[in-house]
Design a protein around this ligand. Structure first.
Ligand SMILES: Nc1ncnc2c1ncn2[C@@H]1O[C@H](COP(=O)(O)OP(=O)(O)O)[C@@H](O)[C@H]1O
Ligand SMILES: [Mg+2]
Length: 397
């Protein structure tokens, strides 16, 4: 009996034709509406292919930054371009390495260097210091006459000193022509990050705009064709998903909703995705929008979140400071006739919200005082969060 249950689970029909195309990190063959960005990024690396490396005074100094809000194709287009550059180089007998690091996962210079040497060069560097690791890397690149393009995604999660040290590396004498960095960041984090040290070493900053409604519909149609069988999803349903993505300006939300809705259809043994499946998929894509999420929060947590979202909206920021947030918090308490807690206790509330995953605290400046730490909301627009919190508060009273 158990065998047949398993067979049933594996071989029963599915709405998916190719489910992995909806997995995180899958990069489609076409990145619609990003051709111009891809071209711009690639053009920065033209000197790599001009082959005049006898002239060591010019050469490649491409360090670029890609800046834009969440879910608008930054990571995908940068990975796509670097892969294209690596392939083109190979065809021309040039050696170019591309390495991708998400700085939320690799949060220090050491972690990045270690990962890079291990994954790209099969060099285990346990026990090495950073300087030694850099030395090994540069010697390796020199001996292979190779170039490395290092992608630092969500770069603001690194300490400023670490970011600067990667950029320094690109203009050190021995590393020249061997090493470039592409940094990816959200706009307000980028604005906080930029220092003369950094801007001097950046040759191009490429800004991305969110996709328009029409672009979202087109892209989601394309991604549905890749993933689903014919007739498994209707244009009206795709349109619904496009509208949902538009409310957060985040295409990733749309793609995740498609994926989860497909899973729901399979679980229910349906051959077609319904609007209801989209709606239940949506709830799991933004867990912070689940009703229970808010009812689990105590009043101070709600006031605190409301303060942060109002603060961010007020200043059009994606990150704020503890002391700014605390000022907004006191205003919220006034408004709701509540007794404000001390800034010390406020910090504790922030901490518990961080562990619930809805907000994050960044400290990119090595020497920053604790109250310069920056607080940001994960992935969900402040406007939506603010709305939900206000709803929750009015339903409590
Ligand atoms: N132009 C596009 N065409 C097709 N899929 C896209 C396009 N732009 C982004 N995507 C997909 O949308 C999702 C989010 O893109 P991503 O590059 O991760 O955004 P960001 O790095 O800006 O947060 C990914 O699944 C990506 O494959
Ligand atoms: Mg990204």
């Amino acid at each position: 009996v158990s065998r047949s249950i398993i067979d049933e689970a594996i071989f029963s029909s599915s709405v998916f034709k190719n489910e992995p195309t909806l997995f995180h990190g899958y990069i489609p063959d076409q990145l619609l509406f990003r051709e111009d960005k891809i071209t711009t990024i690639a053009q920065n690396f033209r000197p790599l292919f001009s082959g005049s490396d006898s002239d060591s005074s010019s050469g490649l100094t491409a360090n670029i930054a890609v800046v834009g809000t969440a879910g608008i194709g930054k990571s995908a287009s940068v990975k796509f371009t670097v892969k294209g550059l690596v392939d083109s180089a190979k065809k021309r007998g040039l050696k170019v390495y591309g390495d991708y690091r998400n700085c939320w996962i690799n949060r220090t210079r050491s972690a990045i260097l270690r990962g890079l040497l291990r994954d790209k060069f099969e060099i285990p560097i346990r026990g090495f210091g950073d300087e030694e690791a850099i030395d090994v890397l540069i010697r390796r690149l020199t001996s292979e006459d190779a170039h490395l393009i290092l992608i630092l995604d969500e770069v603001y999660a690194l300490k400023q000193a670490d970011i600067e040290s990667f950029l320094h590396l690109t203009d050190e004498f021995s590393a020249k022509h061997r090493f470039s960095v592409i940094m990816i960041s959200r706009p307000s984090e980028w604005n906080v990050l930029i220092s003369p040290e950094i801007t001097q070493r950046i040759s191009d900053v490429i800004y991305y705009n969110p996709y328009t409604h029409k672009e979202l519909t087109n892209i989601l149609t394309y991604r549905s064709k890749l993933a689903f069988k014919d007739n498994a999803i209707d244009d009206d349903i795709i349109e619904l998903v496009a509208q949902l993505s538009l409310t957060t300006n985040n295409l990733r939300h749309g793609i995740e909703i498609l994926h989860r809705a497909g899973r729901i259809a399979d679980r229910q043994n349906k051959t077609e995705i319904s609007p209801e499946m989209i709606r239940s998929a949506q709830v799991s894509v933004y867990p912070e929008l689940r009703a229970e999420f808010f009812s689990d929060l105590d009043d101070n947590e709600i006031f605190c979140l409301l303060a942060i979202s109002r603060n961010l909206l007020d200043k059009s920021l994606t990150a704020t400071t503890l002391s700014d947030a605390f000022d907004f918090y006191k205003l919220v308490c006034d408004e709701f006739d509540a007794q404000a807690i001390s800034q010390q206790d406020f910090k504790k509330v922030i901490k518990s919200l961080v562990s619930s995953g809805i907000i994050a605290v960044l400290d990119s400046k090595a020497d920053s005082a604790p109250n310069r730490k920056r607080i940001t909301i994960h992935d969900i627009p402040a406007s939506i969060l603010k709305e939900r919190l206000e709803e929750q508060l009015s339903s409590r009273n």
